[in-house]
Unconditional design. Structure first.
Length: 159
């Protein structure tokens, strides 16, 4: 079973969505054999990934950074998608952080990088805005020697 993880920006400009979905679909649906998809189900890249992974027949593993993670979803639609994807997961990994902090987010990203065979990064190539952001997880995964596939539309800036 191939294990594919994701890291990526929450704020994805609308003009980048089609490009990102196409890149993810090619990486996920072009795969032969069984697949496990690892994600924290954050808004943005993680939820797009979860949707496509399930559509491609993957087993979904959700990595929950903290006990209060769900309270961080301020948009009702994003919360509903999080809850729906979580209910469809084959496996749930709950990290031992009581609160959603940068440390908890970094730990979740590191867990995904540690447990995947390949990482998809919806990343504009810029440094992380806070500890545990996409740039930090890409650097961590590359340090492990994990293959990282960067998906981003050139000339577009994240929100």
């Amino acid at each position: 079973m191939e294990r594919i993880g994701v890291t990526g920006h929450r704020g994805i400009p609308p003009e980048a969505h089609a490009h990102i979905r196409a890149g993810m679909r090619a990486a996920l649906c072009g795969h032969e054999g069984s697949m496990e998809a690892l994600t924290s189900l954050a808004a943005g890249a993680d939820q797009i990934f979860a949707d496509l992974a399930l559509a491609c027949g993957a087993d979904l593993t959700v990595v929950i950074p903290s006990d209060d993670y769900e309270t961080g979803f301020t948009d009702p639609g994003e919360l509903a998608r999080y809850q729906r994807f979580k209910s469809l997961a084959t496996k749930e990994v709950q990290l031992a952080f009581p609160y959603s902090t940068d440390e908890a987010y970094y730990a979740a990203g590191a867990y995904i990088a540690d447990h995947c065979d390949r990482l998809l990064a919806v990343w504009d190539g810029r440094p992380a805005r806070g500890h545990g952001g996409t740039g930090d997880i890409v650097r961590y995964a590359r340090g492990l020697g994990r293959p990282v596939t960067v998906i981003w539309r050139a000339g577009i800036e994240r929100l």
